[in-house]
Design a protein around this ligand. Structure first.
Ligand SMILES: [Zn+2]
Length: 161
C-alpha cells in the first residue's frame, strides 16, 4: 500500500458514544502506548473531556460514502514533527518519513548507511532520520497501522501539544 487510502468505517465518540455521520467534523486524539499508538475520537462536545495526556490531536471529517480520500499532508507532517521531537518510536518515524517523501513534503538530500537526510520542502528545515532495519513486510504492516490511526483525517491538523 503506497498511499494511505482510507476505508470508510463507522466511528463513534469515545465520550458519549454518538456515531459520526459523513461530513461531520470531530476530533481525533492520539495516545502513545508501549508498542505503538492508540486513537480515540471525540465529538465537539466531549472534546474538552478527552483523556490526557495525549500525544497529538487533529480535526477529522468523515468522508461521504464510497470515497477513499487520503490522509491530509498536514496531519501526516504534524505526526512526523511530534515524533521527531520525542526521539522515540523510530520505526514509525521512518515510515512517516517515507510517506512524506513520496508526497514531496520532504525531500531526500542525502543518505548514509543508517541515516536518511531529509529537507522540509516548505521551509528547508532539515532532519536526520535513523533507518531501522525493517524488512518490507514490517514496513507495510507499520504503514497500515499508521493508516488506521489517521483514518478519516481529511482536514487540516489543529496542531499538537
Ligand atoms: Zn461525544
Amino acid at each position: 500500500m503506497s498511499e494511505w487510502e482510507i476505508p470508510v468505517s463507522a466511528l463513534s465518540c469515545a465520550g458519549c458514544g454518538k456515531g459520526f455521520s459523513a461530513g461531520e467534523g470531530h476530533y481525533s486524539f492520539l495516545y502513545e502506548e508501549p508498542k505503538g499508538f492508540r486513537r480515540l475520537d471525540y465529538c465537539q462536545t466531549c472534546r474538552a473531556g478527552a483523556k490526557e495526556p495525549f500525544f497529538s490531536f487533529w480535526k477529522t471529517t468523515r468522508a461521504e460514502e464510497e470515497k477513499k480520500p487520503l490522509v491530509a499532508d498536514d496531519v501526516l507532517l504534524n505526526f512526523f514533527l511530534r515524533l521527531v521531537e520525542t526521539e522515540e518510536k523510530k520505526d514509525f518515524l521512518y515510515v512517516l518519513a517515507l510517506a512524506l517523501e513520496r508526497r514531496r513534503v520532504l525531500k531526500r538530500i542525502g543518505q548514509g548507511k543508517e541515516i536518511l537526510e531529509l529537507e522540509l520542502a516548505k521551509d528547508k528545515r532539515r532532519f536526520q532520520i535513523s533507518m531501522p532495519q525493517l524488512g518490507e513486510e514490517a514496513i507495510s504492516t507499520l504503514t497500515e497501522e499508521v493508516g488506521r490511526l489517521l483514518e478519516g483525517s481529511l482536514t487540516e491538523s489543529e496542531g499538537s501539544l
